[in-house]
Design a protein around this ligand. Structure first.
Ligand code: UGA
Length: 441
């Protein structure tokens, strides 16, 4: 059965969700307040780098199942299933999440709802938010109690957004036990193709659904900080964290994934989500339960400082007047996202120590320039390495993993390479006469 769906917010989450819902055969209207973004999407262009998304978007724009609008009136008339996919960034100067955009969708949409409607929230929100949004929506909507807010958290990873949306590990749905409870049936219809694939479908209450999302990201962040803490111990003990991760990862209870030590996690999700989680736990009287996340955050931020220290050490104790090549700016490969990117943060810190820093990233150059306009930018890895006293690999793009010493050894000033993602072969570089340094190895 095909459903008429409106998706509010056309950022990473919303644009992907809208395109993928159309791909499932539904009629979809993407709604945003940003006219420039809408124009691009209407033309079948994705405003950010996400492998595979443009094809799905174009195809469904062309076949007419996917359209975009700035009009809430149009959305309310067109659809009876609504998804909220707007951002919930960190508040300035606070740990808590800024819920302005989520609230504003409800404030604008609900007064226009005069037929039974289900609103599925997908944005990452502090536990308790869905309940409040549901009450507010019913209060504002002409359809009153016929409006239901359910929570359907999103677990997609940037770089794999289409695959994660069309073939997720699980679908989680939180429903409000006090409202009409159509949400589960509607979700089963919307996600029928996924459920046919036997993807686990977990139906629970609103609070649990909200918490599943934050708990998952908190666990992933903890796993990364755990291995980065082991990296610190390995450095002190002269051991190798990569081999250690391989060895403990063979234990199926531990698992090897997300045990890559390096400059740590960044991006628009993990850092802000663990902070918002701590803030919310405090508000509901459970702050002690999450004090360990402060340490997770600290370990993570310490990796960036450690990288700066290592760079200083390899160039002889002072960065002043040196040239440093930074390979990678995105917070992870296959993405042009530089939000809270460890790579750019490190590049900025090194520049503050008096280095001339040259950054190269295959996709994230424009976004980097916007937030760090004073760094030097190069058009290729080898240009960035020109005259460098040290080369820092800070995002593990395939291009950098496959870099060979011969490609840059004639153009650098010092044969120093620091592998901030432990993604290079130390022997390859050492045998070519380089001073190779990894993190925790
Ligand atoms: C993360 C979660 O993985 C998704 O499940 C979730 O849906 C998403 O946040 C979200 O909340 O929207 P994402 O931010 O795309 O996805 O990135 P990840 O693949 O989780 O990587 C996060 C950071 O951890 C990156 O900076 C990456 O380089 C770093 N990382 C990852 C490590 O340092 N070590 C690892 O072993 C793995």
């Amino acid at each position: 059965m095909n459903t008429r769906i409106a998706v509010f917010g056309t950022g990473y989450l919303g644009a992907t969700h809208a395109a993928c819902m159309a791909e499932l055969g539904h009629e979809v209207l993407g709604v945003d307040v940003d006219a420039a973004k809408l124009a691009k999407l209407e033309a079948g262009e994705v405003p950010f780098y996400e492998p595979g998304l443009e094809e799905v978007l174009k195809k469904n724009v062309d076949n007419g199942r996917l359209r975009f609008t700035a009009s809430y009136e149009e959305a309310a008339q067109f659809a009876d299933v609504h998804f909220i996919g707007v951002g919930t960034p960190q508040k300035k100067g606070e740990f808590a999440a800024d819920l302005t955009y989520v609230h504003s969708v409800i404030e604008s949409l609900a007064p226009l709802l005069n037929k039974p409607s289900v609103i599925f929230g997908k944005s990452t929100v502090p536990v308790g938010t869905a309940q409040i949004l549901g009450e507010r929506a019913r209060e504002l909507a002409p359809a009153g109690d016929q409006v239901e807010v359910a929570w359907n958290p999103e677990f997609l990873r940037e770089g794999y957004a289409v695959k994660d949306t069309l073939h997720p590990d699980r679908v989680v749905l939180g429903i409000d036990k006090t409202s009409p409870r159509r949400a589960e049936q509607v979700a089963r219809e919307v996600y029928a193709d996924l459920l046919d694939e036997n993807i686990p479908f977990i139906v629970t209450d609103l609070a649990t659904a909200e918490l599943v999302k934050t708990a998952a990201n908190a666990f992933l962040a903890t796993k990364i900080s755990f291995i980065n803490a082991m990296a610190e111990v390995c450095e002190a003990a002269g051991a190798d964290v990569t081999t250690l991760a391989d060895a403990i990862g063979h234990d199926a209870r531990i698992g090897r994934r997300f045990l890559n030590a390096g400059v740590g996690f960044g991006g628009g999700c993990l850092p802000k989500d663990i902070r918002a989680f701590m803030a919310r736990a405090g508000e509901i009287g459970a702050d002690e339960a999450l004090t360990f996340l402060r340490e997770v955050d600290n370990i993570n931020m310490r990796r960036r400082t450690r990288m700066v220290e290592l760079a200083r050490n390899v160039v002889g104790g002072s960065l002043l007047g040196t040239r440093i090549a930074v390979l990678g700016a995105a917070f992870k490969p296959n993405s042009d996202d530089v939000r809270d990117s460890p790579a750019l943060n490190i590049a900025g810190q090194i520049q503050l120590h008096g280095s001339s820093v040259n950054v190269y990233d295959p996709k994230a150059m424009d976004n980097s320039r916007k937030i760090f306009p004073t760094l030097g930018y190069s058009t290729s890895a080898s240009e960035a390495c020109q005259g460098a006293d040290a080369v820092l690999v800070l995002t593990e793009w395939k291009e950098f993993r496959e870099l060979k010493p011969a490609q840059i050894e004639k153009i650098v000033r010092g044969k120093n390479i620091i592998d901030g993602r432990n993604c290079l072969d130390p022997e390859l570089w050492r045998s070519a006469g380089w001073n190779y340094r990894g993190l925790g190895r």
